[in-house]
Design a protein around this ligand. Structure first.
Ligand code: NDP
Ligand code: OXD
Length: 321
C-alpha cells in the first residue's frame, strides 16, 4: 500500500458512521479509516464510503480512486445538486445478497398482503367483523415489476413459484424463466395494461423521476381479479407524485398501495398517506444497508483493485445508475 493512498473516508450523511467505522476496523486493522469531518490527512484517502455525502467531503481528495455508495441507489451521489462536480473516479454501487434478500422479503410481503386483502381483514378485525372476501388465485393475478435489475429480478424469481403471472419492464429486454419481458418506452403501455399489482424497483434518474403519476396509474389493468390496481414502490420517493397517488386512491384509480420511499423523508406527519385505507407506509426500511455485510464487499473490492483487478458494479455515469 506504500505508493498508493489506501485510507478510507466514511461520509455517511444522515446515517450513523460508527457501525461502518467499526466494521472496517474489525475487518482491516492495517488500513487508516477516517470519519467525516475528522480528516487529518486528505492526501491519504483513496476510497470514499458515501451516503448523501456533504459537498465538502468530496473536495480536496487528490488521490481518490473510487467512491462506494453505501446503498444500491446512487442518485444521492450522481443527481445531488448540493454536490460539486464529481471527481473523475468510478462510483461503485451495492450489489449484495444480504440486501437483495431483504428487498425480496419486503416485496413478497407487500404483494401477498394486497393479494390476500390483508388491509381489509385488519380493518374487519378492528371492527370485530366476520366477513369472508372473494379470493382470486395467484395464477389469476398479474404482477408487473418496473426495474428488472438485481432487485427486480430477485423479486420476480420469488414471486413466480407462488403462482403469480410475473412480467418485468426494463430498458433492455431480459430472459428470466417464467417472466415476460417488456423493454423501453415503446412497450411500457402494454406492460401496464397487463398489470394488476405494480412493483417499482427503478433507480431515480433523469428518465424515471416522477414516472409514478396519474397517467401511469390510469394505464394499469382494469379487468383484473383484485378490486383494483395496486402500487408498490420501494425504488425512490422521487419516482412518485404523491398528490397523484392520494388522488388515485381516493378516486379508486388505485385500490391500494405500499410505499417504502417518499418525495421527502421522513414522511411529513400531515401527509394524507398515513391515514388512507389500503395504504401501507414503511420508513425506507425495505432493504437496510447492513454495515458488516456491505463493508466486507467494499473491502474485497478494494483488495481486488489493489491487486490490479477492475471494480465490479461500477455505475454508468451517463445513465445515472
Ligand atoms: P439495478 O441497476 O440493478 O436495476 C435497475 C433496473 O431499472 C434495470 O433493470 C434497468 O434496466 C431499469 N431501468 C433504469 N432506467 C430505466 C428506464 N428509464 N426505463 C426502464 N427501465 C429502467 O438496480 P437495483 O435493482 O440494485 O436497485 C434498484 C433501486 O432500488 C435502487 O436504485 C434504489 O433506488 C432502490 N433501493 C431501495 C431500497 C429501499 O430500502 N427502499 C434498498 C435498495 C435499493 P436495464 O436492466 O435495461 O439497465
Ligand atoms: C439503497 C437504499 O439504495 O437503502 O440501498 O435505499
Amino acid at each position: 500500500m506504500a505508493d498508493r493512498a489506501g485510507a478510507i473516508l466514511i461520509a455517511s450523511g444522515p446515517w450513523d458512521p460508527i457501525p461502518w467505522f467499526d466494521a472496517v476496523r474489525a475487518m482491516d486493522q492495517a488500513r487508516d479509516v477516517f470519519v467525516w469531518p475528522n480528516l487529518p490527512e486528505p492526501d491519504a484517502v483513496g476510497y470514499l464510503m458515501a451516503w448523501y455525502p456533504p459537498a465538502a467531503a468530496l473536495q480536496g481528495l487528490p488521490r481518490l480512486e473510487a467512491i462506494f455508495s453505501l446503498g444500491a441507489g446512487v442518485e444521492h451521489i450522481v443527481f445531488n445538486d448540493d454536490l460539486p462536480e464529481l471527481p473523475d473516479v468510478p462510483t461503485v454501487r451495492v450489489v449484495s445478497s444480504d440486501l437483495t434478500r431483504r428487498m425480496t422479503e419486503w416485496v413478497v410481503l407487500q404483494v401477498l398482503l394486497h393479494h390476500r386483502q390483508q388491509p381489509n381483514y385488519l380493518r374487519q378485525q378492528r371492527d370485530r367483523r366476520w366477513k369472508e372476501r372473494r379470493q382470486p388465485a395467484a395464477a389469476d393475478v398479474r404482477v408487473g415489476i418496473m426495474g428488472m435489475g438485481v432487485l427486480g429480478a430477485a423479486a420476480a424469481h420469488a414471486l413466480v413459484p407462488l403462482g403469480f403471472q410475473v412480467a418485468g419492464w426494463s430498458r433492455r429486454r431480459k430472459t428470466h424463466l417464467g417472466v415476460e419481458s417488456f423493454a423501453g418506452p415503446a412497450e411500457r403501455e402494454a406492460f401496464l395494461a397487463r398489470t394488476d399489482i405494480l412493483v417499482c424497483l427503478l433507480p431515480l434518474t433523469r428518465e424515471t423521476r416522477g414516472i409514478l403519476s396519474m397517467p401511469l396509474f390510469e394505464s394499469l389493468a382494469r379487468d383484473g381479479r383484485l378490486p383494483g390496481p395496486v402500487l408498490i414502490n420501494a425504488g425512490r420517493g422521487g419516482l412518485q407524485i404523491e398528490a397523484d397517488i392520494v388522488d388515485a386512491l381516493q378516486r379508486s384509480v388505485l385500490a391500494g398501495a405500499s410505499l417504502d420511499v417518499f418525495e421527502r423523508e421522513p414522511l411529513d406527519s400531515r401527509s394524507p398517506l398515513w391515514a388512507l385505507d389500503n395504504v401501507v407506509v414503511t420508513p425506507h426500511c425495505a432493504a437496510w444497508s447492513n454495515p458488516e455485510a456491505l463493508t466486507r464487499l467494499i473491502l474485497d473490492q478494494i483488495l481486488a483493485h489493489e491487486a490490479g483487478r477492475p471494480f465490479d458494479n461500477v455505475i454508468d455515469a451517463d445513465a445515472g445508475y
